[in-house]
Design a protein around this ligand. Structure first.
Ligand SMILES: C[S@@+](CC[C@H](N)C(=O)[O-])C[C@H]1O[C@@H](n2cnc3c(N)ncnc32)[C@H](O)[C@@H]1O
Length: 319
């Protein structure tokens, strides 16, 4: 259902959903030391509504930031809080508390017009990107490939939200494989509620008013975090009946990350959610068993006893 929702968002470019402050706080508390003396850019963030902007403005002094910049995209769609359209794309600069009241207030912020619509790919937004040390936002899912490619091109540090299925994109997978990008701490249960008025497909128990529930959302980052170096404790032993080989590739299938055998040295196909637990000192990422099979990193389709499985990440234990 959630995938259907995301696919719909992709095709219809339904990108107007907003991240909750609590979700931002939950993730960013793990990155605190990275922010000292840094310029942060939120480049898909209307400061009137963005909780990313709010988080960094409120925590400016605690994090020891140097500068906060946010750019607002003028897409002629009303924002979901005020229902106002953004009449003029602007960027906002905040450099901390100036009037001593310890609360960020609009009089301390410089609001400057952009010539264009604030598209993150525009020349003027790229100029702002060049000034930034760390980019942090939830970018439009429909432009995720381009968004990541631009961050890499300009060699930026980042913490951004995306869908776990983006892992297997040909523009993203090599970054994961080469340890240039990894997953952050993530959302409870691998799903998040975003502020939006799009139709919610969540079951009644999971529905929250004024929100959509999206499963499979993750944080992508290239900032060092402790979790990334915590090795998985493996206790299962290999045997050919519990770990059959694929019909079309010399690799065993492992249905659950916790079931990875401790004594198998060959290639193993593990679910995409393994990436939450991936520790580069423990495992090597060999490729993808992608059921879509549309990029050069795909090793094969994951076919087991004649049946095609969902995407698997191909890994091998490091010696
Ligand atoms: C998923 S929403 C997240 C908004 C905000 N970053 C947050 O997390 O609450 C993505 C935002 O990107 C904006 N957007 C869409 N296309 C864009 C573009 N080409 N350049 C910059 N922003 C864009 C949308 O208007 C939308 O507000």
């Amino acid at each position: 259902m959630a995938n259907k929702l995301l696919n719909t968002a992709k095709t219809a470019k339904k990108d107007e959903f907003y991240t909750q402050l609590s979700d931002i706080e939950n993730e960013l508390r793990h990155y605190r030391p990275h922010f000292k003396g840094k310029t942060v850019l939120c480049n898909c963030d209307d400061p009137r509504v963005s909780n990313f902007f709010k988080y960094f403005a409120l925590n400016f002094e605690i994090l020891g930031l140097k500068r906060l910049i946010a750019t607002c995209y003028k897409n002629n769609e009303p924002d979901l809080f005020s229902m106002n359209t953004c009449e003029q794309a602007v960027y906002i600069i905040y450099e901390g508390d100036k009037n001593g009241n310890k609360v960020p207030d609009p009089s301390e912020m410089e609001v400057l017009p952009l010539k264009g619509d604030g598209d993150f790919r525009s020349e003027e937004c790229i100029e702002l990107l060049k000034q930034a040390d760390i980019v942090c936002t939830n970018p439009p899912f429909s432009l995720f490939r381009e968004y990541v490619a631009q961050l890499i091109k300009y060699d930026k540090k980042f913490i951004i939200i995306g869908h776990q299925n983006a892992l297997k994109y040909k523009e993203v997978f090599p970054l994961i494989q080469e340890n240039k990008m990894w997953l952050g701490y993530g959302f409870a249960g691998g799903a998040a509620h975003f502020i939006s008025n799009y139709e919610d497909v969540a079951t009644a128990g999971d529905h929250k008013s004024g929100m959509i529930r999206v499963s499979g959302v993750v944080w992508y980052t290239n900032l060092e975090i402790q979790k990334r170096h915590e090795e998985l404790i493996l206790y299962k032993k290999f045997n050919p009946s519990d770990y059959p080989k694929y019909d079309n590739f010399d690799a065993i299938n492992v249905d659950k990350t916790t079931d990875i055998p401790c004594d198998y040295d060959g290639v193993m196909g593990v679910p995409i959610t393994f990436m939450y637990k991936y520790c580069p000192e423990q495992f090597e990422i060999v490729g993808v068993f992608n059921h879509g099979c549309d990029n050069k990193y795909d090793l094969a389709k994951p076919i087991l006893n004649g049946k095609e499985l969902y995407t698997r990440i191909a890994i091998r234990k490091k010696q």
